[in-house]
Design a protein around this ligand. Structure first.
Ligand SMILES: CC(C)(COP(=O)(O)OP(=O)(O)OC[C@H]1O[C@@H](n2cnc3c(N)ncnc32)[C@H](O)[C@@H]1OP(=O)(O)O)[C@@H](O)C(=O)NCCC(=O)NCCS
Length: 364
């Protein structure tokens, strides 16, 4: 059931999203509407004068009377720097979002912050069933905003947009359904309990704990990724939540939460390809040598074989990573291969080991 409320003020960590005022015209014109780079890939044209912006704002402000009109300006540090709006359409319970931002503020996560709050508002408070974001292929930043907000790529409208360069461009369409959003919000996904640990999907409040182990260069020495910047870690958590919210996740990523005190001490994963699985794990250095990786590994094997119905599970590691392959051996996995100079980590070649276990071996 949809229950329109109009463009109400929304607050995020860095932004106030609010209705436009006529006094915003100058700033809107100078900050983004007069910059030809901003509307390069969208349907509106660069504004020829502040007077044009003012007239446009007058028409937008008149629309605020309608309860189903949603058009926010993004106020950042007292300055208006962009807008995000529901593109008016006939569909009652489905909406498309559009947005533009002053070039000075690109690539700082600003639009992601705005679209994420607007998505929460439109699903949580208004009751939309489906939201979508469309961008032309040559505008990956916009697609990335949608992805980071949990939208899934659903298709390409081939040559669906005649751009200002006079050529037809493909439109990529991403959408998010209400139940997917609800699952994301609830931290959707499975959990696995072991004697001392709860393995559960990561949520945004795990950020500091995850960054403590993932941002530490010594801790990620043998990993193919890292050390993480804070934005890598934020993206990792968002990607995990998106994976878990999908109808059939291929990556089952967990954080290890210690039952005794709720400490988040590491993360682990079962990635799947058909009935084949692959395990991975990393602990905070302060929680090593306590048997937690082995305990998590046992939980993951049980989850993989019994929960996901896998047939064979493997694990790979850098051959210098003795603690990790000792865990594989203690899990009953067999070393199946040693691959010479097969891994290149931050420019350095090293050998790798692959271990595996079949379901019948695990059961016996
Ligand atoms: C699209 C737009 C609103 C993005 O705003 P923003 O605040 O810069 O977005 P964010 O910083 O939240 O996210 C941008 C993401 O795109 C990525 N990105 C930027 N340029 C990219 C490129 N050329 N290739 C791949 N990714 C790119 C950034 O790295 C970032 O992703 P990350 O956080 O994973 O690193 C802004 O670029 C804009 O106003 N563009 C012009 C208007 C427009 O295109 N509107 C959308 C029409 S569909």
């Amino acid at each position: 059931m949809i229950n329109h409320k109009g463009t109400v003020v929304l607050r995020t960590e860095r932004l106030i999203l609010r209705p436009f005022r006529l006094s915003d015209a100058e700033a809107m014109y100078h900050n983004w509407a007069s910059d030809p780079e901003v509307p390069k890939y969208v349907s509106w044209d660069v504004h020829e004068s502040p007077a044009f912006t003012r007239e446009l704002l007058k028409s937008w402000i008149a629309e605020y009377e309608k309860p189903d009109y949603y058009n926010w300006t993004l106020e950042y540090g007292g300055e208006v720097i962009g807008n995000a709006a529901v593109i008016p359409k006939d569909k009652r319970e489905a909406a498309e979002l559009g947005y533009s931002l002053s070039r000075r503020f690109w690539n700082r996560g600003i639009m992601t912050e705005a679209v994420s709050a607007i998505t929460d508002f439109l699903f949580g408070e208004i009751g939309y069933h489906r939201l979508c974001i469309r961008n032309i292929r040559e505008n990956p930043a916009s697609g990335r905003v949608a992805e980071k907000c949990g939208y899934t790529l659903e298709g390409t409208e081939r040559e669906g947009f005649l751009a200002k360069d006079g050529r037809f461009h493909d439109i990529l369409s991403r959408s998010l359904l209400r139940d997917e959003w609800e699952r994301q919000k609830a931290g959707a996904g499975d959990t696995v309990r072991t004697e001392r640990l709860l393995l559960r999907p990561p949520v945004p409040s795990d950020f500091e704990a995850v960054q403590a182990w993932a941002g530490n260069p010594e801790n990620t020495e043998y990993m193919s990724w890292g050390p993480n910047t804070p934005s890598d870690t934020a993206a990792y958590i968002r990607d995990c939540m998106t994976d878990w919210a999908s109808a059939s996740p291929k990556r089952h990523e967990f954080v290890m939460e210690r039952i005794e005190d709720g400490a988040v001490i590491g993360s682990c994963c079962v990635a799947t390809e058909g009935s084949l699985g692959e395990l991975g794990w990393i602990l905070h250095p302060g929680y090593r040598h306590m048997g937690y990786a082995l305990e998590a590994g046992r939980g993951l094997l049980r989850y993989g074989f019994n929960g996901l119905g896998l047939h064979r599970i493997r694990a790979i590691c850098d051959a210098r990573n003795l603690p990790s392959y000792r865990v594989m051996e203690r899990l009953g996995m067999r070393r199946e291969g040693e691959f010479l100079n097969a891994r290149c980590t931050r420019g350095e070649w090293s050998d790798g080991y692959e271990y595996a276990i079949l379901k019948e071996e695990w059961e016996s």
